[in-house]
Design a protein around this ligand. Sequence first.
Ligand code: ADP
Length: 194
Amino acid sequence: MKYRTILMFGAPGSGKGTHGKALGVIPSYFHCACGDVFRSLRPETPLGKRFLEYSSRGQLVPDEATIELWRQCLDNSMQVGRFHPDADTLVLDGIPRNVAQAEMLSDALDVAAVFYLTCTNRKNLVTRLQRRAIKENRLDDANLDVIRDRLKIYERETKPVLGFYGKKVVYRIGADETPAQTFLDILKHVVKLC
Ligand code: ADP
């Protein structure tokens, strides 16, 4: 079975998590953030260690391990009754992060929309990430070099995912607005998706 899916897409700091979470509180939308799944791992487990090793350098965790963890997380959510695939729309953020992941997930996702959060000012992104480093105690946001590497990886590896899904499902959303305005812009499209 393929899950009806909305993808939150954009650079680190563009607000994918904020808006994904907000959509996820609406009944029949289930939000799943790949970064949160990784952060919930105990750091002493093999995958927890691997996550820390890659994320602290601003790099992506290898695809096989990422997709396996994601599938397990979704299975668990279904088993405990948090995600009902017949009735719910899955709201993903942080995955797929490259074209290889998009291909690996093509058996599972029926992508109805990709909300592409665009930020005109790169400085805004960096400021948001630095603020988040303090608020959420995130190692990968604390160092300017790591932030720059993540932004480079986003440009090089993640952006091509837009081409994988194609123009028909991609909605550009300006993310320089206030969070409320950006969320309203997203919602206007969400209500029109059948
Ligand atoms: P951001 O919101 O800044 O984009 P995330 O919370 O989504 O950050 O991800 C934090 C880190 O977790 C990434 O830098 C990466 O190391 C790892 N990660 C998250 N999602 C994926 C993924 N789909 N593939 C590989 N690594 C991932």
